[in-house]
Design a protein. Sequence first.
Length: 86
Amino acid sequence: MTDAMLKRWRLLLGQYASIPLAHAGFDRADWQMEQCLDFLYGREYERRDLARRGPRAGSLDGSQLKALDWLQRARRLFPRDTFERV
């Protein structure tokens, strides 16, 4: 499997990726894309009560995405046709 294929699978699986795919050769842009996708899908999981189980730590610090931040980042990271579908 090529590095590009591994990255795609890792982005698709998100937090559910197993250890072999944990980092999949991600660069900074890949991690930003992962964060954008996690923001999008995480909200849907929570809405459906499928959110992550177990202890969670979090804060409202500057590292958390907000809707407007997400829109700007997603527009920059994803191809136009993909962004428009999302």
